[in-house]
Every structure is written in C-alpha cells, then in structure tokens.
Design a protein around this ligand. Structure first.
Ligand SMILES: Nc1nc2c(c(=O)[nH]1)N[C@H]1C(S)=C(S)[C@@H](COP(=O)(O)OP(=O)(O)OC[C@H]3O[C@@H](n4cnc5c(=O)[nH]c(N)nc54)[C@H](O)[C@@H]3O)O[C@H]1N2
Ligand SMILES: Nc1nc2c(c(=O)[nH]1)N[C@H]1C(S)=C(S)[C@@H](COP(=O)(O)OP(=O)(O)OC[C@H]3O[C@@H](n4cnc5c(=O)[nH]c(N)nc54)[C@H](O)[C@@H]3O)O[C@H]1N2
Ligand code: SF4
Ligand SMILES: [Mo]
Length: 685
C-alpha cells in the first residue's frame, strides 16, 4: 500500500509516497513532476526504514535512578512525575523558571504551537526554539525589509543567485528546480566560500571570504546604482530610504571590497550585471548567512537587492508568501502582565512575527548558569540535541548538568538525553499526523500523514504534550483526544478540514497564486513600503540602513587572537546522508560516509606538514577536536572546512566544542558558529 505524506527527516518537508506492507514501512520515494531518473535522490529517505526500525530507538519512558542508571516506566508514571516536578518548581520558584527548548526536528510550524500553548497556560513565557542559528534570524531581516520572507520562484527564473545555500545536499526539490531552470537557459551565480556542486556548475562563482557577505551585497548595490540598473519606477513608488541606502553603499565600491573579500573585481561586476539586468532574477539565500555575527544586516543587504532590481513578487523573481489563515492557539494572552522571558535582551527578535515565538536559544544557557535575567530550574528539551548542536557545547553541557530537573523527548538516547531525569520516547515523522509549517506558509496545504503505528511504546509529540497538559490540570486547554481534532480547530479560519487534506494528498491550494500583491495592500512593514531605511530600527537605536557606518572589519569569533589561531574555520558541510547530529548510527548511511574530516587546502597542509588522512587537531580558545585531514581544493588557502554533526557518535569530533557564545548579534542573539578563527596541528600520537 502506498500512502502520501510529507517527510520530516530534515527540515525540507518533501512530499513523499511511503510504501507500507502489513503495517510496516518498506520504503518511500519523493514525489515530483520529473521522471524518476531525473529526480535528485535523497539517501536519508532511502534509509527511512533503517531509521524508523533502528535497534537504538527509544521504546519506553525512562526514569533516572539513584545510581544514575535508568529504569523503564509506564507513561502514566513518567508523566505524573514530570507534572509533579513542574508544579512544584512553579510553587517554589515561579512558573517562568520552567522552560521548554525545541530543536528543529518535530517541525517548526503548527505543532510548535502545542508546546507554546502548554507553557503559556502553565504561566511561563519561555518556549524557545533554535531560530537564532537557523533561518529565523534571516527571516527577521526579510521581514524588516519587505514584511515577509520571500520564496524564490526558481522554475521561471532567468537568473538564479544562490547565496550561502547548498540545495544539492539540503533540499532536493529545489535542486531539481534549479536544474530544470538551467535547462531552460537560466544563468547561475553562486556566492560560497566552498566549491560545492552548485558552485562548480555556476556561470559565476564568487568564492567569498567567510562572514564577509554584507560587504559584497553593499558593493553590488553600489554597482547597480552607479550603472543605473535599478528599477527607478518601483523604487519611487514602493520603497523608502533609497537615498540613504545609496549613500551607505557608496562606501563599498567594487574596487575597494574585492581584495579584502578575496574576490576578483571583474567577477563581482559580471555577477552584478547578470543578476541586475536579467529579466527575471531570484535569490536563494541560505544557512551560509546564518550563524554569522552580522546575520541581520548582511541578510538585509542581500534582501535589498531584490527590491532594488524590482524582482519582488514577480514571476521568476522572489515571491511574497500567501499564508493560509489559521488559528493562533498559543494562548499568549494568558501570560501574567509583565511576564519577562529569558530572551528579554532581544525584544525585536521576540516580537517581529505574530506567532513565531522566541528563538534566542543561547539565553537558556545564560539563565541556567549565570541566573540572568533570572535562574531557570527545570527544562524540557523536545526534538533537539543541544549538548551537540548548540554553540560552545561544553558550556551547554555544564548548564544541562546544573538543572534541578530535565526532561528530554526524543527518538534516541542522545548526548542531551544522558543528562535527563526523565526521557520520553517520541514517534518518528512516519508515525504521526501533523500540520506542516512549510505548507501553511504559502497556500498549498499538505498533510503529514501517519503511515504506520507508533513503534513500541513511543508516542507522537502532540500526544505527549496533550497528555502532559492534562496532567498539569489544563484539561480545558487540551480538550482534544486526537491531533485530528486539534488540526481541524487550527485550520478552521481557512475553511479546510483534515478530511479535505486527506482527499487531496497533493495539496489543497486555498487561494490561487498571485503576483505583485503589494499593489493592493502595500508591504507588511510599518510604512507599507520596502524599507531600505527602517524607522522602527532607528527608534530602537539600531542602524536604520545596513552598514551605514561604512565598517569593514567583519566580526569573526577569536579574531583578536588570530596570531595563535590563523585559519578561518568554516562549519559545514551539511551532509546529504545525515541531518545535523542525527542518523550517524545507521549502518546504511555510515557506509556512504564513514566518518568526519577537515578539508585543508594543499598550501596550508604543506606548511603544517600534514598529509591526506593524517589525524589532526583543530583548536580554538574554547576547545579542541581531533579528526582526519582531507587535502582539498574545495576551500581557499587560509580557510578550512570542518565536518558538522558528528558529535553525537564521535565526541572527539564535536564541532561545537570549538565555537564561541560570548559574542552575539545584538538584534537576534546569533553567535558566530558558522565562521571562527582556529588552528590546525598534526596530532602527536
Ligand atoms: N556549529 C554549528 N552549529 C549548528 C549548525 C551548524 O551548521 N554548525 N546548524 C544549526 C542549525 S541550522 C540547526 S537547525 C540546529 C539543529 O539542532 P537540533 O535541532 O538540536 O539538531 P538535530 O541533531 O537534528 O537534533 C534533533 C533531535 O530530535 C530528535 N527527533 C527527530 N525527530 C523527532 C520527532 O519527531 N520528535 C522528537 N521529539 N524528537 C525527534 C532526533 O533524534 C535528534 O536527537 O543546529 C545548529 N547548530
Ligand atoms: N542533508 C541535510 N539536509 C538538511 C539538513 C541537514 O542537516 N542535512 N539540515 C536542514 C536545516 S535545519 C537547514 S537550516 C538547512 C540548511 O541548508 P543550507 O542553507 O543549504 O545549509 P548549509 O549547507 O549548511 O550551508 C549552505 C552553504 O553556505 C556556505 N557557507 C558557509 N559559510 C559561508 C559564508 O560565510 N558565506 C556564504 N555566502 N556562504 C557560506 C556553505 O559552504 C554551504 O555551501 O538544511 C536542511 N536540510
Ligand atoms: S531532503 Fe530527504 S530527508 Fe529531507 S525532507 Fe526531503 S526527503 Fe526527507
Ligand atoms: Mo536549521
């Protein structure tokens, strides 16, 4: 039997068809309009059954014993214990001392609302996601420029500018769309310090110095205006602050930025002309801009290119989303007046979106260790592995160890779970029905369908939250016996029901796709226009225009100690075989990529006396890791690329042992764990 659903083994949310025989998942394939042979494969999806039936799956709730081992428990006992501890914490220290920390795995969207609802009704404002290091900081930059995060209309584009994204390894449907557009004649520009597959096939590849993207975007803005390639009509009618932007960009002429960015001026000019003079051009921006200390301004500068060239919400350009009307069920209004989250130092990031919630995740660690702005005592970690994936993981682990009470909801016994007092076994994405964020954002709604029953005693996340809510005395807030009732309630404003979604497994379009929506209602910004200069930011004493101070010294962690740490470390790459710290225990995937490596350019390897395959130590002032060297021309001399995500199964190669959480972006709290100064030495064994 084949069942349509949405894969959630990573955040790409691909529509798939799962094959089930006698209640068992046999395999799955990505749905696509392309013939099977032309679809880019996803090895993680190919290994779906190995992941779901992995012998290491958690199958039963576990409670820590006095000797620090765990014993199996019933759901009733585990949830009773959690409820008692959380209620006691609220009584002794106040509700806000309980926090809920979410990783990216159980979806960011509608199910994210359930945890928020639970915590808000409980009385704590602290439901916190990891968007400060993922796309939410970038989303805020889009929002402050034109009111929403745009969606590149790749398939109809004449020119695709990919900025810090590697869809070949992270998003197969978009990679398929890029290849399709290329076949139709679209040009390709890639901005990436690494020679990815996409960079190798690009018409122009700008191998930028890591973390310097904002200056390149400003130089491109300057080049466009100087050559009169901007869309004057659109700018006059629909934007605010053009002169201020023009003035700021004039401090970044191409000839000035080229050399410090390690680029060729002629290449920057060619790329700019190609992008600005193509009939329809789109920009795919990605995680290469995230986890950078300048994420907010750099992404704003990139976003402004779209408006400057009039490519906003036009076919083949970058489209404004058409969100599906849905009910906000977060119950934020129930929080006591004056309630202050631990992320209170980032008020604009906390509030830029009506239902995103809080994302400055480093604040959770500050609150536990430094009691700032107050102490957190109890934490629930859901669908994340912060002991490995959060910045400066030694500090994170210290914090986890210091909590009075920790609950972890996961499919596997992770490094984070090992700190927990109670571990709850979660069902995989194939074992639960849920509404998916990707499909609420832009009209075409598709259901993530349960295709098999939950494994052993595992429960879907929704059920864990609903049942815990009831144990906490929140029966009225969690009246739903099944997620389907909750989804119908959430979807009511759209007029859709779960039955409609089941009937149309390829998705239901709530409204026809339209273009230039701003001509009717303007942009969703305070001025109703694209804001090259944001008065809202100016009022908050932040730069109204990005890089208006003409600065040129990109902040990179440990730059002040560059004499001891002379190489720029690049965190990456996302591997097509794994999702962050996940799946490194799955033999079928390990066969394809057996271990971590650091890519070292031959010039640096020679100087350091390192040969291919040698074990090396990479260190920063925060810590060190050990892994094999791979001599590679994928990165420029002076930069190294360090494998990401291995810390779960190989703690010696845990990249976030190296990263710094002391410096953060002042708007989004984003630390610089994408690029940092480091050193590489041959291991002396
Ligand atoms: N240095 C550095 N740091 C980074 C990054 C980087 O590139 N470099 N990337 C950053 C980014 S973009 C992100 S999004 C974060 C990711 O950070 P995390 O979200 O912590 O990443 P994962 O390792 O994917 O952890 C997800 C966990 O959820 C579990 N899980 C999977 N499915 C489910 C489910 O349905 N329910 C529940 N309850 N659990 C589930 C998995 O077993 C796994 O333990 O890391 C960030 N940190
Ligand atoms: N296979 C797989 N797929 C995934 C995930 C996964 O873990 N594995 N994770 C999912 C998640 S949560 C996310 S956020 C997305 C991320 O998806 P992507 O945005 O594609 O993420 P990355 O591949 O980490 O980074 C994109 C590119 O940025 C480049 N880069 C690094 N530093 C810089 C820089 O300073 N400037 C510029 N311009 N580029 C730079 C890298 O070399 C890389 O090619 O992927 C999702 N999909
Ligand atoms: S890229 Fe692969 S793992 Fe990620 S959602 Fe799509 S099919 Fe699933
Ligand atoms: Mo992410």
């Amino acid at each position: 039997m084949k069942i349509d659903t949405v894969c959630r083994l990573c955040s790409s949310c691909c529509p798939i068809r799962a094959e089930v025989q006698q209640g068992r998942l046999i395999g799955a394939e990505r749905k696509s309009k392309l013939p099977h042979k032309d679809r880019w494969p996803c090895p993680k999806l190919d290994a779906a059954a190995d992941i779901v039936y992995s012998p290491q799956r958690l199958r039963q709730p576990l409670i820590r014993q006095q000797d620090n081992g765990y014993r199996e428990a019933s759901w009733d006992e585990a949830l009773d214990l959690i409820a008692a501890k959380l209620l006691n914490c609220r009584k002794e220290h106040g509700a806000e001392t309980v926090a809920w920390l979410r990783g990216m795995a159980a979806d960011w969207g509608a199910p994210w609302d359930y945890a928020n609802r639970l915590m808000n009704a409980f009385g704590s404002p602290n439901t916190i996601g990891n968007g400060s290091v993922c796309h939410v900081a970038r989303e805020m930059a889009h929002n402050y420029t034109y009111g929403a995060m745009t969606i590149p209309h790749v398939q109809d584009s004449d020119c695709i500018l990919i900025w810090g994204k590697n869809d070949q390894h992270t998003n197969p449907p978009v990679y398929d769309a890029i290849c399709h557009a290329r076949k139709q004649g679209a040009k390709l520009i890639v901005v990436d310090p690494v020679k990815t597959g996409l960079a190798a096939m690009a018409d122009v590849w700008l191998q930028i110095k890591p973390a310097h993207d904002g200056y390149l975007a400003m130089a491109m803005i300057d080049e466009i205006v100087r050559n009169d390639w901007h869309d004057r009509e659109f700018i006059d009618r629909w934007t605010a602050g053009f002169e201020e932007l023009q003035q700021a960009a004039s401090a970044y002429p191409v000839e000035k930025v080229a050399r410090p960015l390690a680029l060729d001026a002629a290449d920057i000019r060619t790329a700019t002309k190609l992008y600005a003079t193509s009939e329809n051009a789109c920009i795919i921006d990605g995680n290469g801009l995230d986890m950078q200390l300048e994420v907010f301004d750099a992404t704003r500068a990139v976003a402004m290119l779209r408006a400057l060239t009039g490519n906003l919400d036009r076919p083949g350009g970058d489209l404004l989303p058409q969100p599906v009307p849905s009910r906000n069920i977060q119950l934020k209004e129930r929080l006591p007046a004056g309630s202050r989250p631990v992320t209170c130092d980032y008020p604009l990031f906390n509030s830029f979106h009506h239902n995103w919630g809080l994302h400055a995740q480093s604040c959770v660690v500050d609150a536990i260790l430094d009691r700032k702005p107050y102490a957190l005592k109890a934490l629930v970690v859901q669908s994340g592995n912060p002991a490995v994936t959060m910045t400066d993981s030694n500090r994170v682990q210290q914090a986890l160890a210091q909590l009075d009470f920790l609950v972890v909801i996961d499919m596997f016994m992770t490094r984070t779970a090992r700190f927990a007092d109670v571990i709850l076994p979660a069902s995989s994405c194939f074992e639960k029905t849920q509404l998916n964020r990707a499909y609420l954002r832009n009209s075409l709604v598709m259901l993530q369908n349960k295709v098999i029953e939950p494994l052993s005693e595992s429960w879907p996340d929704w059920k864990i939250i609903f049942e815990l809510g009831r144990k906490l005395g929140l029966e009225e807030e969690f009246p739903w016996q099944d997620v389907e009732e909750a989804i119908d309630y959430q979807l009511q404003p759209s007029g859709l029901t779960i039955a409609d979604l089941r009937e149309q497994p390829d998705g239901v379009r709530v409204a026809p796709q339209t273009f230039e929506k701003f001509t009717e209602k303007g942009f969703s910004t305070p001025s109703g226009k694209v804001e090259f200069a944001s008065e809202h930011l100016r009022l908050a004493s932040l730069p109204a225009v990005p890089f208006a101070d003409g600065r040129f010294d990109a902040p990179i962690s440990f730059a002040s100690q560059a004499s001891d740490y002379p190489l720029i470390g690049i965190s990456g790459a996302r591997s097509p075989f794994f999702t962050h710290s996940q799946f490194h225990q799955v033999p079928a995937l390990l066969q394809k990529e057996p271990g971590p490596a650091v890519d070292l350019p031959p010039e640096d390897a020679r100087t350091l006396g390192i040969e291919n395959g040698d074990c090396v130590e990479v260190s920063t002032p925060r810590g060190r890791i050990a892994l094999p060297a791979r001599i590679s021309r994928a990165v420029k001399p002076g930069t190294v690329r360090i494998a990401w995500g291995w810390g779960e199964t190989d703690p010696l190669a845990s990249l976030n042992n190296l990263t710094d959480d002391d410096r953060r972006n002042p708007v989004t709290g984003t630390p610089g764990n994408r690029s940092f100064m480091c050193r590489v030495d041959k291991s002396i064994d």
